[in-house]
Design a binder for this molecule. Structure first.
Ligand code: DAH
Length: 327
């Protein structure tokens, strides 16, 4: 068997003109692959006489080792030439976008944190609701004029029950009073829907409802809780005004205004003592228990807190706007 003496030199020469990793591996297969001279020569060793066999095997091993080394040292040059640049782990990482909580989520959470410290339980309630929970059980009888203030979205339904999108989070009060043990201290944040849209109104917005049912609950307790909450929220002493108002589910009812810088008095939430019709409808003994309730619009509080003037900004998905509220 003749071992070509120039095998290493020709391989080295061909390696110099290699331009890509693909060409490199092709060439390596030619010199060290299954059909290469070295590998086929090894398989032919068995045909040789044993005295020759030892010497040829020695030579073949040296040749194979030299070829392997040659290809190993050349791979680095090829990698430098190829399209794939070597990974430089010392380079600084590319900047990437980190999301943050939506301002409405932040404000909702701030309100929830205040009330959970007072041991209020959180209920999320149903967004799709029946007339009973959204209106009737809250003392809005059929054809009651206050229903018209709510611009309700009714859902087509094939069943007998008519479904609607809740117009306020007060629906959760009824579920809680019917299902939970007393005394009850609850807070219900969530989305509500009304057929209305301009710079200060949205068809979908967020409310937070609060309800307390306990023995000896007074309007004074309600005032105390709300004034303390508002001062905690804005982190300053506030001028707060309770203005008589009307809601079918509370009697007496009030709207709460705060004095806000140059803007003067601003309406911030509705509240009142739970109407006895509502308590009776939920099988609560009105001789023993009384309740107070309040409801606030989260977007409105967020607008005041952050100085936002157009409510639609919150839902425009405009990153320039949203980036102003990093985590
Ligand atoms: N549900 C009322 C609304 O959407 C807000 C409200 C007013 C809730 C008075 C209350 C309340 O619990 O006592 O306009």
């Amino acid at each position: 068997m003749q071992i070509p003496q120039d095998l290493i030199e020709t391989a080295a020469l061909k390696l110099k003109s290699v331009q890509s990793e693909a060409e490199f591996f092709q060439l390596r297969a030619q010199y060290l692959g299954k059909k290469s001279f070295v590998v086929t020569a090894f398989s032919k060793l068995r045909d040789l006489q044993s005295d020759k066999k030892v010497n040829v095997a020695k030579e073949l091993n040296i040749l194979k080792n030299n070829l392997t080394k040659l290809f190993e040292t050349s791979i680095e040059d090829i990698e430098g030439k190829s399209d794939h640049k070597k990974l430089d782990v010392s380079l600084p990482a590319d900047p990437f976008l980190v999301g943050s909580e939506h301002p409405i989520t932040k404000i909702s959470q701030k309100i929830i944190n205040y009330f959970t410290l007072l041991n209020y339980q959180i209920f999320s309630g149903n967004e799709i609701e029946t007339d009973f929970y959204n209106f009737e059980a809250l003392n809005f009888p059929e054809n009651h004029p206050a229903r018209q203030m709510h611009d309700t979205f009714y859902l087509n339904s094939s069943s007998k029950t008519e479904y609607l999108l809740r117009t306020h989070t007060s629906n959760t009060q009824v579920h809680a009073m019917l299902n939970e043990d007393l005394p009850l201290y609850m807070l219900s944040p969530g989305r509500v829907f009304r057929c209305d849209s301009d710079t200060t109104h949205l068809p979908m917005f967020t409310q937070i409802e609060g309800l307390v049912v306990d023995e000896d609950v007074t309007f004074g307790d309600l005032k105390g809780v709300l004034i303390d909450f508002l001062e905690d929220f804005f982190n300053e002493k506030m001028e707060v005004r309770f203005r008589p108002s009307y809601f079918p589910f509370t009697e007496p009812s009030a709207e709460v205004d705060i004095k806000f810088g140059k803007q003067g008095w601003l309406e911030i939430l509705g509240c009142g003592m739970v109407h006895p019709n509502v308590l009776n409808g939920c099988n609560i003994d009105t001789k023993k228990f009384r309740g107070f309730a309040f409801g606030m619009g989260v977007e409105r509080l967020a607008m005041l807190y952050y100085g936002v003037t157009d409510i639609r900004e919150f839902y425009s998905s405009n990153l320039d706007f949203l980036n102003q509220f990093p985590s």
